[in-house]
Design a protein around this ligand. Structure first.
Ligand code: 6PG
Length: 254
């Protein structure tokens, strides 16, 4: 059974607060272990609502002063193409909960270069260039993020890689533009890291909470592979890199 292969990396919490605190602990531990071996820790943050409490915990005592933020490069796993100060912006959420509350150089923060006078493809291309410049890599090389934080949509999407979309087939680009299905809110164009980038990360933490995710998680762990229909299933290709932080509401039968 798929779940058995990753059981050791699944942690289930009675509530979202304990899940979020564990996420902050893992973030700090991974950073400290990486910083010991090199001078920078490059991470991509998840958007949406689940990570909010974890980011707030990282921005407050004791984590705020325990983490060497000057050695952290922060990217975004995906972004909604709205102004960076818009309530629907993943950057805005991360800035309000974490970034503006920690002492991190502005040059270490890499928002998606959202701009009204560029097309989604142009924005995706610019973000790819930014990532390549920071990681000092050229095609066909892929960046190796130290940590990518993900949530999961009710339809099983990760970042802005939605079910049965061409973006799931992308094998060479780092960042692509995507257009969410009608049921996704906010229904605005997005840019997203691609699967090769996500699966190349040294460590992935997935935060999943809430009753509305339970059926999707059941399919993920107990049904046959349906990758394109359930993008989060791609993470099962890298069982040893993924830490699953779930609350009991999302995983009553795990
Ligand atoms: C986004 C996120 C997305 C999110 C899931 C879960 O831009 O919406 O990156 O992938 O992680 O949709 O969202 P919630 O945490 O709000 O359930």
């Amino acid at each position: 059974m798929k779940k058995d292969k990753i059981a050791k990396n699944i942690e289930v919490f009675p509530d979202r607060s304990l899940l979020s605190h564990r996420g902050a602990e893992l973030f700090k531990a991974l950073l400290q272990s990486n910083i010991n071996s090199k001078s920078v820790f490059r991470t991509a943050l998840a958007g949406g609502s689940t990570p909010v409490e974890m980011y707030k915990i990282l921005a407050n005592k004791p984590f705020r002063s325990q983490i060497e933020w000057g050695k952290v490069d922060i990217f975004f796993g995906d972004e909604r193409l709205v102004p960076l100060n818009h309530a629907d912006s993943n950057f805005c959420m991360a800035n309000e909960t974490l970034l503006k509350n920690i002492s991190i150089p502005k040059t270490n923060i890499h928002p998606v270069p959202v701009s009204g006078d560029k097309t989604p493809d142009e924005i995706a291309c610019e973000y790819e260039t930014e990532i390549r410049n920071v990681f000092k890599i050229y095609p066909p090389d892929f960046p190796v993020f130290d940590l990518i934080i993900l949530g999961m949509g009710k339809d099983g999407h990760i970042a802005s890689l939605f079910p049965e979309t061409d973006a799931l087939q992308e094998e060479t680009k780092l960042v692509v533009a995507t257009y969410p299905p009608q049921y996704i809110i906010p229904n605005v164009p997005r840019v997203t890291l691609t699967l090769p980038v996500i699966l190349q990360a040294k460590q992935i933490i997935v935060l999943i909470a809430g009753k509305e995710k339970a059926e999707t998680l059941r399919k993920l762990f107990y049904e046959e592979y349906r990758h394109a229909k359930l993008p989060i299933q791609f993470l099962l290709k890298q069982p040893n890199k993924v830490k699953w932080l779930l609350d009991i509401d999302a995983s009553p039968n795990l």
